[in-house]
Design a binder for this molecule. Structure first.
Ligand code: G6P
Ligand code: MG
Length: 211
């Protein structure tokens, strides 16, 4: 193995609560029922697909593309205000130390995230320099479970798919990693997903599975 590609939300940082608060504000304003169970379905899913999932419970007139774009912008503005409160303390010592050790062992490290806010988040938590490449929602046309975000991360690093290990908390992300021909590690929500090649409970276990 030559590289580790990390999903961001739910692996390096925990922004679920901010996504939830921002979507909830929008849903409440429109009278749409939205709760944390529905929020779990948005993990790893793009912003536009997230909106469609929330709109499953909307019984008004069909919305135009312009209106949907407006809603996504409004949600993103709320979300970014919440992200702006993040600091380096929002990354655990375990995550920081493990990344450092992997880097010292000469593994290449990348981010593979569907988020268009990935760089902003990494900057707020002081991890922008910890990665050799960032593949995110800005350089893809298909989101997970499509392999594009990971395939691009491997290309940015100059490492072949079979030499890449993907670390993911979403089922869609594990499917994407396998479709990219990479080794998949499930953590958090995806720790129990049978399609993952490795299932880990804590981030430092990555140090034991390098091959
Ligand atoms: C990540 C999160 C999703 C989110 C997506 C897009 O994959 O897990 O919940 O919808 O990024 O995020 P963005 O910051 O671009 O709205
Ligand atoms: Mg995730």
């Amino acid at each position: 193995m030559k590289a580790f590609i990390f999903d961001l939300d739910g692996v390096i940082v925990f922004t679920d609560k901010f996504h939830y608060q921002a979507w909830k504000k929008m849903a409440d304003a429109m009278g749409i029922y939205f709760d944390e169970v529905i929020n779990n379905r948005l993990r790893g899913v793009s912003r536009a697909e997230s909106l469609e999932i929330i709109l499953e419970r909307y019984d008004g007139e069909p919305l135009s593309d312009e209106k949907k774009a407006e809603l996504m912008e409004e949600k993103n503005n709320t979300y970014r205000k919440l992200l702006a409160t993040m600091t380096p303390a929002d990354v655990t010592d375990e995550v920081r130390d493990t990344l450092k050790k992997l880097h010292e062992q000469r593994y290449k490290l990348a981010i593979g995230s569907s988020s268009r806010n990935a760089k902003f988040i990494l900057e707020k938590v002081g991890l922008l320099d910890a990665f050799d490449a960032i593949s995110d929602g800005n350089n893809i046309t298909h989101s997970k479970p499509d392999p594009e975000v990971f395939t691009k991360a491997g290309e940015f690093l100059g490492v072949k798919p079979k030499e890449c290990v993907v670390v993911e908390d979403a089922y869609a992300g594990i499917d994407a990693a396998k479709a990219a021909g990479m080794t998949a590690v499930g953590i958090g929500d995806a720790a129990g997903y049978a399609k993952a090649d490795y299932q880990i409970e804590s981030f430092r276990e990555l140090l034991a599975i390098q091959g």
